[in-house]
Structure formats: C-alpha cells, structure tokens
Design a protein around this ligand. Structure first.
Ligand code: F3S
Length: 693
C-alpha cells in the first residue's frame, strides 16, 4: 500500500509563525500571564498543548488586565493594539504578514480618501481587523451580487480577505469597474489555502482513500474534506493518529494524507507513523518518500494548466498588479520601508507579496523607526519567508560606492573616528585609513584634534582591495586639487583693486600671509597694513583674523599676490589741507627719532617731520637730547605737501610762539600790577613737560 502525503499540507506560514511566537513567549520569562485574543488556532490538540504552557484564550480585551497579550494571525484593528499597550500590556503581534499587508493597504486607501471595498466574510476576524484600519468605514461584499446593492464612489480601492478565491475577487472587481471611475485593485489573497486545496484535490484523484487530518472545528480542514469527497474518494476526517482504523484500508492500494493549515506537524507525523505501522507491505520509509517525490512531480505537471486558465477581461488588472510585485532573488539589494520594529524582528515592506524581516539584534535597538526608507540585502527567499539583512546591504553599498569613487576619482565624505599609528581611521561604511601624510597639504603634528572635533573630511580613494579589506584615503589630494582650482579662479576672476575677504594664516617680521580662498595665500606687507607707521605686523593683525584686503598686484607667472589692508580704509592724507594750515600750532606725539630730526604723529596715519634745525632755538647735535619717543609736543606747521604726504613742523617756533604769548600776558599783568612769578614759571614749565600732561 502506497502512502502519499499532499505536497502542501499542515501549518501555513502565518499559523506556524503565530504558534512559534506563542510557544516562545510561554517558554521564556515574560512578565505575568500570557493571553491570546481569540483562539490562536483551530486545533484542539494544539490549544491543549499551549494551555499546558500557561497560555489562555480570551475573547475580549476587557478580560485582560496584566501580562502579555498575543495577537493571533487574523490580526486586529490598529487601535486595539494601542488600547492594549495603554493598559500596560506587553503585546506580541503575531498577525500574519499577509493579513498585516491587507490592513496596511486599507489604512492607506482610507487615508487617501478611497472607498475601501473588502471582498470577504464580514464576520471573519480578519475582515473585522481590516475594516478596523478604515475606522469601520469599508464596504464589505461577499460576492459580485453584493456590489449591485452598494453605493459606489468615484474612487474605489478593493482588496480581499486572504482566504478568498481569485475568481470571486475578479468577479467583484468586474462589477465595480462598471460603476466606478477609478478602481484600484489589491490582490491580498494568500495562496496557502488554495495551494492546500489544489494539492488535496490532486492527491484525492490518485488514491483510494484520503485521510484529512485537522480539527473538526477548523473550517479550512472541513473544506478539504469536501473537496476530496467531490471526486468520489473515500475520505476520513481525523484529528489524531489514534482515530485511524485498520479496517479502512482493506484492498486499498493507495492512501493519501492531507492536513488543514491549522494542523501542527507533530500530528501529521503521528498519522504517518501510524500508517507506517499499518502498512506491512512497505519495506522502508525511504521507499515511501521516493513515491511521495514521484507523486509530487506528477502533481506539478498536472497543476500547470490550471494557472493558464486564469484569463478573463478583468484579469488583466489583477495580472498588472501581480506583476508590480518585485521578483526577489537572494543576493539582491533592494529598497524597503520599515513597517514595524519588534523585539525580535523588523518588518520591512519590500513591495513583495509579504514583508521581509531583519533580525532586530542585527540592527540594534533604537536604530530604526517605522517609516524609515532603507536598503536591505535579500539573504533568503522562501515561499513564506524573506530574510533580509541591513548590515550586509550597507556594507555592499559602501564597497560599491568606494569602488565607484576609486574608478572615477570622485570624492566621498567621512567622519574621523579614531587616531591610530600612522594616521586616522574614518567611517566610509567600512573602515578606511588616512595615512598621516595624506591628512593635509602640509605636516600635521596633532592628529588627535580631528578625532575630538569629529571632523568630517572630503576624501579620495587612493587604494582599494576588498579581499584584504583595505581602503586607503587621501584628504591631501582633495585639498591640492581645490587649491589648484582656487588659484586658477583667483587669477582668472580677480583683478587688481578688488577687495576680498581673507584669513590671516601666518605672521612674519615683514608682513602677514593671508588665505584668500582654499589655501591660496597673498602677502600683506607691513607697509600696506596702515596709513600710519607699523612697528610690527602683530600690532595690526593676528593669526586667524578675518580681514578685508585689496588685491594690489597679481603675478600668476611668479604665483605671487600682493595685498593691502590700508587701501580698504580712507586715506587720511586726502584733504589734509582742509584740516591743517601753515602756521597752525597743533599737538602731536613723537613717534620716531632720526639723525636729522623727529617724526611727530598728528593723527592716525599722518606724520610730519621736525627737522633737527627746528627742534630748538639753539644748535642741536642729537635730536634725542631735546625730545623722546612717545612725548607729546606742540608743533607749528611750516608747510604741507599733500601729494608727497609730507608736513614740515617746528617745535622751536611753537615754543617761541608760546613764550611770546606768555610775555604778552606777563606784560599785561605787570601793567595792571597783578602778577605772580608762579603764573609765568608754571606756564613756561608746561611747555617743556608736555609728556606730563
Ligand atoms: Fe497567513 Fe495565509 Fe496562513 S494569510 S495565516 S499564511 S492562510
């Protein structure tokens, strides 16, 4: 007797996932009792097993006050999960990803003001959950006839309960197309149920007896029984292996076994074992498997034509929508949107039939949020699972970007992470190394400052070897190129007389070097710093000062730029004749003493000369015998030459003038008989002690 197992039988992906999440919650240290909202699975043996683990079923959120709440694979309205969290419950959302997608689509359509139409059973918990996402505003139709009775809006979005048939969805869409201006169709049907039904039907047609394994309260198992009976095969519906009777198999050559989507694998295995014991003619289980494989091949060839039947006018729309799903291949890098960040896995919408998952531990807590657009690497694609990796995608993209930059010479940006022997490490998606000699155009003695500042560098890739995990980068090359470009721009675009902003980089005794753009420096000579006399450049500017300077001379062939600072300020010699006049007595300060006299500053940038012959009314051999630097004096203006920036001064004449005035005062007071010697002496002494004023 041959024993054949249906190609698709037992737990579907969604039920398996929900069952495993619940088992895991029960076997780990979850706080408080564990409750499932609604029966997790329509199988009494599985429920009994969970109850032994302490998992109880509740029908209403009001009946849970503490502990962990598990949402079964049918899902719930989004607001119910929020309510559970508000009650302080730990929520494990075991909603099947197929259902979750339908819920999300309903939410999006509703937000975009589409009339949401759900093809399905209005009393089914899954449909209730999908409707909940629309705030219960969706229209639910069971069949095309219901469409004729409903009010249809101009813009309609239609989706289906996951267990609906494609034919029913197509027929409903066809009706809606007649009445609405725009119909957006979303095929949210899960193939797990139809696959099990097709596999059961195919097997039932080949065998004498079918065993359908699953809970008697399971609708999908009962449907499998009906399908198998429709081809006049003898069918037995059992829940467990112990129900099998040997008398059922007298004169039977072939027995087929199938199971509903809520039947755990251990029950199916129990049935297979029991059948194996009964089957005295089978020598080994290996033979049995070989026959199963052969049957599978036959089933594959008989299944193909069924798919070809699905052509109808409205099918084009569904086909178009189906083709909008990406064709996933392991090893691809694709873009996705984070839908949910759970304690164990991150669900990512990748425009596939269902969401892919990244293990949460791979990305770390708090790194991703709902709505984030990310790149993911497709690590594994199976019928019911897509495993993704963000770390791998980031790494692959980083290498690809580096390869691109290496080949094209384009720059990349990176933040300095660490100082190591011989240079710096930066993060370029992978670890990159900048040798110390490539950090700047010149030697840098303090590399640690870049780490402290979290400096962000623009870099060129100068060496790349993925096999050795070696990335060498240069900032120096970028700076050098920028410097060359800036130099060209400056020589091309700037003219003598232009005023530009620059930063003082270095000071010397003869001036300051000023960076006027991307490292291009010009010399600000000390003589061009001020209209007045400057003893040392540091008296006018300091390193890092930002100053406006005038381009005095551009010499591209010698790579020299001469700058002026004083030219950016008004020339104090302009209209000097309007402010000073010959014979005027003015006050000034001795700034310099030379062999032939002394220079007196009358105002900032305006100096005049007291010739040695004009220092005193006696012969002077050394000017410093008469005046000292810094001394304040009164001088008489002898002449003004505005063009040559010269003013001739006389200290002697100023003193004589003052003496004469004093004599006149003395004479006047003597004439009045009212004079004190101190008046005269005091006034005269003030002439020779101006610095004490
Ligand atoms: Fe999900 Fe399909 Fe099963 S919708 S729960 S995988 S039948």
């Amino acid at each position: 007797m041959e024993i054949l197992l249906a190609e698709k039988a037992g737990f579907c992906f969604g039920v398996k996932r929900a069952f495993e999440l619940t088992q895991e919650a029960a076997s780990t240290n979850h706080a408080g009792p564990i409750s499932v909202l609604g029966p997790l699975i329509h199988n009494p043996q599985a429920i009994e097993m969970l109850e032994k683990l302490g998992v109880t079923t509740v029908m209403d959120l009001d009946h849970v006050s503490e502990g962990t709440l598990i949402i079964r694979c049918h899902g719930v309205a989004p607001n119910l999960i929020e309510q559970a969290k508000d009650k302080g419950l730990a929520v494990i959302d075991a909603t099947c990803p197929f259902v979750r997608r339908a819920i999300r689509l309903a939410d999006t359509l509703s937000t975009e003001r589409y009339q949401v139409v759900i093809v399905g059973d209005p009393d089914h918990p899954e449909v209730i959950a999908i409707n909940g996402a629309t705030k219960n505003q969706a229209t639910i139709v069971k069949e095309p006839g219901d469409v004729g009775k409903m009010e249809v809006h101009r813009h309609v979005g239609i989706l289906a309960q996951t267990t609906q048939t494609l034919q029913n969805l197509q027929a409903c869409v066809a009706e809606l197309l007649k009445r609405s201006q725009e119909v957006r169709v979303y095929n949210t049907i899960c193939t797990a149920t139809s696959e099990r039904q097709a596999a059961a039907l195919s097997l039932a047609q080949q065998v004498d007896v079918m065993l359908v394994v699953g809970g008697r309260n399971s609708a999908n198992t009962r449907r499998l029984v009906e399908i198998c009976k429709d081809v006049n095969t003898v069918v037995y519906h059992i829940e467990i292996a112990e129900e099998i009777e040997s008398g059922w198999f007298e004169n039977v050559d072939k027995v087929g076994i199938t199971a509903g989507a809520s039947t755990p694998s251990w029950i199916i295995e129990g049935v297979l074992d029991r059948m194996s014991e009964l089957n005295k003619e089978l020598d080994t289980l290996q033979e049995e498997n070989a026959q199963v494989e052969e049957t599978e091949k036959q089933e594959e060839t008989t299944e193909a034509p069924q798919e070809e039947k699905q052509e109808a006018p409205v099918e084009q729309q569904l086909a178009d929508y189906e083709s909008s799903f990406v064709d996933l291949q392991a090893g691809e890098i694709i873009e996705g949107r984070v839908e949910e960040v759970g304690p164990d896995e991150v669900m990512v919408d990748i425009s596939y039939k269902f969401e892919g998952t990244i293990p949460t531990k791979e990305v770390g807590p708090g790194k991703l949020e709902k709505g984030d657009q990310i790149h993911v690497y497709v690590a594994k694609v199976e019928d019911d699972t897509v495993i993704l990796s963000k770390r791998r995608a980031d790494r692959e993209l980083a290498w690809s970007k580096l390869q691109d930059a290496y080949e094209t010479g384009q720059t990349i940006e990176a933040v300095v992470k660490e100082r190591v022997k011989g240079g710096l490490l930066v993060d370029v998606g992978v670890r990159g190394f900048i040798p110390a000699s490539h950090v700047d155009m010149g030697y840098v003695d303090d590399l640690d400052k870049y780490v402290k500042e979290n400096a962000k560098f623009t870099l060129k890739v100068i060496e790349l070897d993925r096999a050795k995990n070696n990335v060498v980068l240069s900032r120096k090359q970028v700076l050098e190129e920028e410097y060359e470009k800036a130099k060209e721009t400056i020589y091309e675009e700037l003219n003598e007389g232009d005023i530009v902003q620059g930063v003082v980089r270095r000071l010397t005794d003869f001036g300051a070097f000023v960076d006027i753009g991307n490292g291009v420096e010009g010399l600000l000579h000390v003589s061009e710093m001020s209209w007045g006399r400057v003893r040392h450049p540091k008296d006018v500017v300091a390193v890092d000062d930002t100053i406006d300077v005038m381009i005095l001379k551009l010499e591209p062939e010698r790579e020299r730029i001469s700058l002026g600072l004083k030219q950016t300020k008004p020339d104090p010699w302009t209209n000097i004749g309007g402010r000073y006049s010959v014979d005027q007595i003015v006050q000034g300060e001795i700034t310099r003493i030379v062999d032939f006299g002394a220079f007196v500053q009358l105002e900032d940038g305006v100096e005049g000369l007291v010739h040695i012959s004009q220092l005193a009314d006696y012969h002077v051999t050394r000017p410093e015998d008469v005046v000292t630097t810094g001394e304040k004096v009164k001088v008489k203006i002898l002449n003004i030459d505005e063009g040559a920036h010269r003013i001739g001064l006389s200290l002697r004449d100023a003193q004589e003038n003052t003496k004469k005035q004093q004599e006149e005062i003395y004479q006047e007071q003597t004439d009045n008989g009212n004079v004190k010697i101190g008046d005269v002496v005091g006034d005269l002494s003030s002439l020779f002690n101006q610095s004490e004023e």
